[in-house]
Design a binder for this molecule. Structure first.
Ligand SMILES: [Ca+2]
Length: 233
């Protein structure tokens, strides 16, 4: 999941504050990538908006790839706060993730997610995505029960730099907390990613949300964005 090089146009987005996409504003069959809020990783699969009763969600399609990733341009660059999404995965070996602090140059990011082992049994994890797109697990443990057709909310909170405190919540309950003093990723982009190992799963997702910590919008934050621009140019 190395997304850095395809998103330079997003630099115009900057910081926007809290963000929610419940996918109600799209037409059925629409790829969220067609809006200004989302940028799809070009070498992966895609999601399409689909109705479920009175609600609209996105459904995963893996035509020629075992992964899907979307960067949320609408939430902009941020550092401290939480990113969360509701997922309904059906299929052993499927992974549902939110990520944050993605660095546009290197593609590094923090990720929090749940993997279906033998449904309804799951593992939950916090990870670091390397320059090569590999996941290095910073935490791995038993996750919540997620029967096929059920929904699970996955939330990743990031606070601080040097070290970075990473907190994973599943269904609103704290699942794990780790500190990272090795990679110390700073402000970046957030999004969601879906993967599978064995057989293409059925995955629905809804309610992608970013909530910034009150202290996020400080002059230091804008200084960091400015530094980012200088680095690009
Ligand atoms: Ca919805």
């Amino acid at each position: 999941m190395k997304l850095g090089l395809c998103i330079l146009p997003l630099l115009a987005v900057l910081v926007r504050g809290d963000f929610l996409d419940d996918f109600e504003s799209y037409s059925p069959g629409q790829d969220p990538d067609t809006s200004f809020d989302w940028v799809r990783e070009p070498f992966g699969g895609h999601v399409l908006v689909t109705p479920q009763g009175d609600n609209q969600v996105v459904q995963a399609f893996f035509p020629d790839s075992a992964h899907i990733a979307y960067l949320c341009a609408g939430a902009g660059f941020w550092e401290n706060g939480s990113v969360s999404m509701d997922f309904s995965p059906a299929g052993n070996g499927s992974f549902v993730n939110v990520f944050s602090r993605m660095q546009i140059i290197t593609g590094e990011a923090y990720v929090g997610g749940v993997v279906m082992t033998l449904q309804p049994f799951t593992f939950s994890y916090i990870g670091y995505i390397s320059v090569t797109g590999d996941y290095e697990l910073l935490h791995y443990g038993y996750g919540p029960s997620v029967p096929p057709g059920a929904w699970v909310n996955v939330e990743l909170q990031t606070e601080g730099t040097g070290p970075v405190t990473l907190t994973l919540l599943t269904n609103g309950q704290q699942a794990a907390q780790v500190t990272d003093s090795q990679y110390n990723l700073g402000m970046g982009l957030s999004g969601f990613a879906l993967l599978y190992e064995i057989e293409a799963p059925t995955i629905f997702a809804d309610n992608f949300q970013v909530i910034l910590s009150p202290q996020s919008l400080t002059p230091a934050t804008f200084g960091a964005i400015k530094a980012l621009f200088m680095e690009i140019q």
